[in-house]
Design a protein around this ligand. Structure first.
Ligand SMILES: CC(C)(COP(=O)(O)OP(=O)(O)OC[C@H]1O[C@@H](n2cnc3c(N)ncnc32)[C@H](O)[C@@H]1OP(=O)(O)O)[C@@H](O)C(=O)NCCC(=O)NCCS
Length: 175
């Protein structure tokens, strides 16, 4: 007896990485604000984000299967280094490589813009972020005691940097 053909499952819509546009500012600012407790960083208003993108920054977002933004990151172009100002991923999408895609996009854009380093501050107790950056090749280049203020006190930051001239893991493929 001939078996009926196995139905093909509908294709899963691919996750999409792209540059942040002014239209993303509201969603990205909300994502950054929601992550504020974890990362200790100041929030961004949508208006400030739009202005920064226009003046001196680069942002990237990742859309999930339903088209909503599941991750966003912003780098500031000022001084000698490009600086990661914020990165956040929605709790439901974490640990699926979204932040890795975002950092790769920021690093590739900063290198293209002529920067030799991508730098950032990270709270010394933020193990997910520390794991992310170490895996990417960022190394500690300094520390800032009491850098982040939290409700229950302050916490220090590690300053980390990625040398963009030697970085080899800048692939920005969608997963
Ligand atoms: C930090 C953050 C952006 C990571 O986002 P993510 O999309 O979950 O990270 P990825 O899935 O790309 O993970 C990449 C790597 O980071 C490390 N990592 C991520 N989450 C981790 C966790 N909870 N514990 C330990 N390592 C973790 C791992 O090395 C991971 O690689 P692996 O999954 O192959 O082991 C996310 O947890 C977040 O939004 N946190 C709140 C905001 C924040 O702290 N931002 C950083 C400010 S400096």
């Amino acid at each position: 007896m001939q078996r009926p053909p196995t139905p093909t499952p509908p294709p899963t819509p691919a996750r999409r990485l792209r540059h942040m546009t002014p239209e993303d500012a509201d969603a990205a600012a909300a994502l950054f604000a929601a992550a504020r407790d974890a990362d200790g960083l100041a929030g961004w208003t949508a208006a400030a984000l739009r202005q920064t993108l226009a003046d001196r920054g680069f942002g990237a977002v990742v859309h999930g299967a339903d088209g909503a933004i599941v991750g966003a990151a912003l780098a500031l172009y000022a001084g000698d280094d490009a600086d990661v100002a914020h990165i956040a991923v929605t709790p439901a999408a974490r640990r699926t490589g979204v932040a890795r895609q975002l950092i790769a996009a920021l690093a590739a854009a900063a290198r293209e813009a002529g920067f030799a380093r991508l730098a950032l501050e990270v709270a010394v107790d933020n193990s997910p972020a520390l794991g992310l950056y170490a895996g990417f090749g960022f190394t500690a280049v300094g520390c800032r005691p009491g850098y982040y203020r939290r409700e229950n006190g302050s916490v220090g930051a590690k300053v980390m940097a990625l040398n963009l001239s030697t970085a080899t893991r800048l692939q920005t493929h969608n997963q």
